[in-house]
Write a protein that binds this ligand. Structure first.
Ligand code: ZN
Length: 393
């Protein structure tokens, strides 16, 4: 049997995400067991200890990417445009240790069951993973036959989505249909002890938040039941997000930038502008939309070109929110760590503290990732990948 290893991270400046100064962090198994000014490695001698000298580096929580097409997606340009499954290394190189998978446009030939199996595969490979059941479509495909059953009974399912609204690929659900989906997610979430959130794909239609506003107005639901994403996809949705964000959550998509630079708002700048507009930081998150296809349609609705998003974009944009948009690191970090953990009720994630899961990323001052620790295991060390996915060589 493999013995439990201790990992001692020595003298890192910790952003938990708040800056708690230069300290040592001790990890046992998958958990952070101590944080102190100095932990003497010699006293740990009977154990097998890996010591990481982090002097001059910063320790941040492993990033949480809460919207990734882990089992592949796309297909808007025909069968050859289906995107492949995400590989483990795509997360690790971006400092991402937790992920939430979703289906996407193609709820016809792809199933939530495949997303669930991919979640299980990623967990077995050493990271933390969950999923939304469903797809763009309404009625939406599920694993057990119902949204509430999936949430109540399947551990990995924490919400439903991405349900497409305000988009030419949407099923255009009625207000009552949206309410019903959200009520099912809510009840299933209560029974299963989950967030029960409704992840919404926001499209390019005008007044894009209207369907959510109508659903909330006509029910007992609260704005915080919904988690709308792609809120920076064009300037008018972004303008609306500045108002909507005072009540509800606003999720920024990182990986599509700069493919649609003509109308998209740069993700890092979006965070700053939302804050300037009075949106509370706790309402702002950023996800990658990784492995999603990025179809570019012309004015006649014809597909012009396709790209594929990468999870690491959330690290890049978080970094640029600091280096270019001049936000403090502890503020920018929240959008990809503690805020996401809180909104999605991912307990023990998104913070560096005693008792939390040992998901830690070490970065240099210039935002180069040097180490990634996921569930206590060193996955990347000295900028080199130590652990790859099963079929990555
Ligand atoms: Zn989407």
């Amino acid at each position: 049997m493999e013995s439990i290893k201790l990992v001692l991270i020595s003298q890192a400046e910790i952003f938990a995400p708040e800056n708690i100064g230069v300290k040592d962090i001790l990890i046992s198994g998958e958990t952070i067991v101590a944080i102190a000014d100095k932990i003497d490695a010699t006293t740990l001698k009977p154990f097998d200890v890996i010591v990481i000298d982090a002097k001059g580096k910063r320790a941040i929580p492993g990033l949480i990417d809460a919207h990734v097409h882990i089992a592949g997606a796309g297909g808007e340009g025909g069968p050859s445009t289906r995107t492949p499954e995400m590989q483990l290394s795509q997360m690790i190189v971006g400092g991402i240790t937790s992920i939430v998978g979703c289906l996407g446009t193609d709820g016809i030939t792809r199933r939530p069951d495949s997303v669930l199996m991919k979640v299980k595969s990623l967990k077995a490979e050493g990271v933390s993973a969950w999923m939304y059941t469903g797809s763009y479509q309404v009625p939406t495909p599920t694993i057990t036959g119902a949204i509430d059953r999936d949430l109540a009974l399947v551990d990995e399912v924490i919400g439903v989505g991405e349900i497409a609204l305000s988009d030419h690929r949407s099923s255009v659900p009625t207000t009552n249909e949206i309410i019903r989906i959200a009520e099912q997610a809510r009840v299933g979430g209560m029974l299963g002890g989950k967030a029960g959130i409704v992840n919404i794909h926001m499209g390019d239609a005008k007044n894009p938040f209207n369907p959510i506003v109508e659903a909330v107005k006509n029910s007992e639901l609260k704005y915080k039941q919904f988690f709308p994403t792609h809120c920076n996809r064009n300037d008018y949705i972004f303008e609306d997000a500045k108002t909507y964000g005072k009540e509800g959550y606003v999720d920024i998509t990182a990986s599509s930038y700069p493919y649609f630079a003509e109308y998209e708002v740069k993700p890092s700048t979006s965070i700053k502008e939302l804050l300037n507009a009075g949106v509370p930081i706790e309402h702002i998150t950023m996800t990658s939309d990784g492995n999603g296809s990025l179809p570019h349609f012309d004015d006649n609705g014809e597909l012009v070109r396709l790209e594929m998003g990468q999870p690491k974009s959330i690290f890049t944009e978080m970094s640029e929110a600091v280096t270019i948009d001049k936000l403090p690191l502890e503020v920018a970090l929240k959008t990809v760590t503690s805020n996401v953990a809180k909104i999605l009720k991912l307990r023990n994630k998104g913070n560096i503290r005693v008792g939390a899961d040992a998901d830690i990323v070490l970065i240099e001052r210039n935002f180069t990732i040097t180490e990634v620790i996921s569930r206590g295991r060193v996955m990347l060390s000295n900028k080199k990948l130590l652990v790859k996915g099963t079929y990555e060589y």
